[in-house]
Design a protein around this ligand. Structure first.
Ligand code: ATP
Ligand code: MG
Length: 318
């Protein structure tokens, strides 16, 4: 049994059961708006993976609103990301805190203003590389709300970026804003990687029609310089964000995911992969009130099936 005393370094159970060479897959959960279910999704996807036998570390990168620990049923741990960001601890693995689920650990979020929004470039690079060194199979990041550049960078750097939204106009608008921020960041990265700044400027200066879209810009670049244009398109194609619609009540709510997929392709040229939906269900807020993980506390909740379907899609298991 792992105890809180084990985590002076890295918990002994965690260390001995894992091969030191494995490199975790990183999944990042984002979305433009607050309260759309990012922490719910982070906590319960982490639980699904852990119950499937994977070693999982869930990390709360939410600025100011760190509450992933509540969704996972643990009190605020003694050590949080605040200690890492203020350099009290040097290694992320020193922050690993066990949960009631044997394969699942949490790194709890900063409990002060020292959040990822304030991370300097160098610290961000270090944090990102340390995520890849955590001795586990999956690292699941709760990015919190918003589209700050650090949040977008973590989303893009992850092996899988997952966007959560509600089937409401304000939430959908925020999701497009999030996708737009991801697109622009990727364009900037491709510009630096391929050294195509002047080409992009040329295409932007060309008179595109008033209704032209980011996807049109890439097509214009392909017309001017097919080789570099196709390379740019293939960089943009690497963006393959996943979409979850949360709090659905009707078939029309479920169908919003399919519309968003079509619009993202048409407007941004981005393949948005709609991996599933979560029902609106009282067990969600009941589990939050009880400070217990939903999937463990309510095994008969309709969300158990919802999450089962989503995790199979994310893992490409049919
Ligand atoms: N499927 C659902 N059914 C019913 N209530 C839900 C559902 N999903 C979320 N909620 C309610 O919305 C609240 C917010 O969910 P959650 O904390 O996961 O959102 P969040 O995106 O992480 O928010 P924040 O941006 O503030 O961190 C939950 O505490 C719960 O009360
Ligand atoms: Mg949250």
């Amino acid at each position: 049994m792992t105890t809180f005393d084990d985590i002076g370094g890295i918990s002994t159970e965690f260390q001995t059961h894992l091969s030191p060479t494995r490199q975790p897959k990183v999944w990042a959960i984002g979305g433009g708006k607050g309260g759309v279910g990012k922490s719910l999704v982070t906590a319960n996807l982490s639980i699904c993976l852990a119950l499937m036998g994977h070693k999982v570390v869930a990390i709360d990168l939410d600025l100011g609103g760190a509450n992933l620990h509540t969704c996972l049923g643990v009190p605020i741990p003694d050590r949080t990301l605040s200690d890492y960001l203020s350099k009290k601890v040097r290694n992320l693995s020193e922050l690993l805190t066990p949960t009631a689920i044997s394969n699942l650990f949490i790194i709890s979020g900063a409990q002060d203003d020292l959040g990822i929004a304030n991370l300097k470039q160098m610290h961000k690079a270090k944090l990102l590389s340390q995520l890849g060194e955590l001795n586990c199979d999956y690292v699941i990041l709760d990015l919190g709300a918003g589209t700050t550049s650090n949040t977008i960078d973590f989303f893009i750097s992850a092996d899988q970026g997952i966007i959560t939204t509600l089937p409401e106009p304000t939430s959908i608008e925020n999701s497009y804003r999030f996708i737009k921020a991801v697109y622009h960041r990727k364009l900037k990265m491709a510009e630096e990687l391929l050294e195509i700044g002047p080409l992009i400027d040329q295409a932007m200066n060309a008179k595109l029609s008033q209704n032209s879209t980011p996807a049109d810009l890439v097509n214009r670049i392909i017309e001017i310089n097919p080789t570099m244009g196709m390379k740019l398109k293939s960089e943009i194609n690497k963006l393959n964000p996943k979409l979850i619609i949360n709090q659905v009540r009707t078939q029309a709510d479920i169908d919003i995911g399919f519309s968003m997929k079509i619009i993202s392709k048409k407007y941004f040229g981005i393949n948005l992969d709609y991996v599933g939906y979560l029902d609106y269900d009282a067990t969600v807020w009941q589990s939050v009130k009880k400070r217990k993980p939903l999937l463990m506390e309510f095994p008969n909740s309709s969300l158990v099936n919802n999450f089962d379907r989503i995790i199979h899609r994310l893992l490409n298991i049919n």
